[in-house]
Ligand binder design. Structure first.
Ligand SMILES: *Cc1c(COP(=O)(O)O)cnc(C)c1O
Length: 429
């Protein structure tokens, strides 16, 4: 058995970690995790950490959830994976049927992939090719300021977080950003979108948004009415709407999907993260029969959608996703979460007592506390992260924004603990 110290050394000798300046690990050693149970992660020194960020927003029903474990084991004994071109399997079929049933009316087809960024690429490629198949080239994509859609080149191009994107500017596809309703008022945001629609008329393949919460954009939030009005605008100008619900889907904002709150059916719905309860990589894009039909013809016509990923429709991941949906049904998660959502609200309002708190905001099971008056070079996010770890809570602030996105199995006392530690961390800055 490796000790903590050995693991840190051997890890650093060989592994390049994501979203990190590796040099930072000289002073802030990472934490080898031994096991997980419910909302807790456990290290090798018997410290437990309350996972207040659902391990990068993926976990819904806790670590090592007995039910999901059992369902993956069942799948493991029958079929682990099979090529998904020319072949299929029961778990994928059941999952596709269930997703179509749960998603907004009019999304009838499911295209599987294996991570969120790929789902975005697929939606971008499908919307582009939809027009190309009809002899039209529409080479512009519109997204929102402050948006995040993943790390692959297409997904980066529609994103607007300079920290991740700027370095690659010279090699990205053509996109323009409209004002975000999370940062300016709704009318102004829609006006800015309409101006782009006019400027680039007949050149736009699609608009892509993160409904209700721009999560990586510091948990910036906006009202459902924007989505309703944007969809109407898209229809008026004949532009596809891609809803990136990779982070907000599966109950995070209080409804199964955020688009429901706007009563909107997007042309493409991208899902990932929580889809497997945080167990295995899986993503998918749901779209309409109308769009599907534009690709359906004899192979020789050259209109097929030839995108593929090796692990598309992986059987273990589909089994985990079906188990996740079982839990939503069996435990009436959407209804029962409303009590937790109220508690999270009550617990976070208290942060207004602190002098440096600029805003507290919340959508469903996502709450954020924005701090004010700290210079970026102070890296207060890092200070809060370190303090919280010492007090056995895993928080990972985005700049000056401390947020909570816990697994749905969090108890009232755990929720109290999570917010208390964050409160104290801010108080002592
Ligand atoms: C995480 C995320 C993605 C990218 O998903 P990956 O699986 O990390 O590639 C895309 N969009 C949103 C809104 C996300 O939060």
């Amino acid at each position: 058995m490796l000790t903590n110290k050995m693991m840190r050394e051997r890890d650093l000798a060989k592994i390049w970690h994501p979203c990190s300046q590796m040099k930072d690990y000289e002073t802030l050693p990472f934490i080898p995790i031994k096991s997980g149970k419910g909302v807790y992660l456990q290290d090798f020194d018997n410290n437990t950490y309350l996972d207040a960020i659902s391990s990068w927003w993926v976990n819904l029903f806790g670590h090592a959830n007995p039910y999901i474990n059992e369902k993956i084991k069942e799948q493991l004994e029958t079929l682990e994976h099979v090529i998904f071109a020319g072949f299929t399997h029961e778990s994928a079929i059941l999952l596709a049927e269930r997703l179509v049933k749960l998603a907004p009316e009019g999304l009838d087809k499911v295209f599987f992939a294996d991570n969120g960024s790929s789902a975005i690429e697929i939606a971008l490629k499908m919307s582009f090719q939809y027009y190309k198949n009809q002899g039209e080239v529409r080479d512009i994509f519109i997204s929102l300021e402050n948006s995040y859609h993943g790390e692959t080149m297409g997904a980066l191009a529609v994103g607007d977080v300079a920290l991740y994107k700027e370095i690659y500017n010279e090699i990205l596809i053509k996109t323009v950003q409209a004002k975000s309703p999370a940062l300016v008022d709704e009318d102004e945001a829609l006006h800015s979108m309409e101006e782009l629609f006019k400027t680039y008329q007949n050149k736009i393949s699609a608009v892509v948004i993160e409904p209700l919460v721009q999560c990586a954009g510091s948990m910036a939030m906006y009202d459902a009415s924007y989505i309703t009005r944007l969809k109407a605008l898209c229809e008026r100008y004949g532009v596809f709407l891609i809803a990136d619900e990779i982070a907000v889907g599966f109950g995070r904002t209080g409804t199964m999907f955020a688009c429901e709150q706007a009563d909107v059916t997007p042309d493409f719905l991208c899902l990932s993260k929580g889809i497997t309860g945080g167990y295995l990589p899986l993503s998918c894009v749901l779209t309409s029969d109308k769009i599907y039909s534009a690709f359906y013809c004899d192979y020789s016509e050259g209109k097929s959608f030839l995108d593929s990923h090796s692990y598309t429709g992986n059987a273990l991941a589909c089994a985990a996703a079906n188990a996740t949906l079982d839990l939503f049904e069996k435990e009436h998660i959407i209804e029962n979460n409303s009590v937790k959502i109220d508690l999270l609200n009550a617990l976070t309002q208290r942060f207004y007592e602190l002098p440096n708190v600029k805003e507290v905001r919340q959508k469903g099971m996502i709450a954020a506390v924005e701090l004010d008056g700290f210079a970026p070079e102070k890296r207060i996010g890092l200070e809060i992260y370190k303090y919280a770890l010492k007090h056995e809570v895993l928080l990972r602030p985005l700049g000056n924004v401390v947020y909570f996105m816990p697994p749905f199995v969090i108890s009232d006392t755990q929720m109290q603990k999570m917010t208390d530690v964050a409160y104290d961390a801010i108080k002592r800055l």
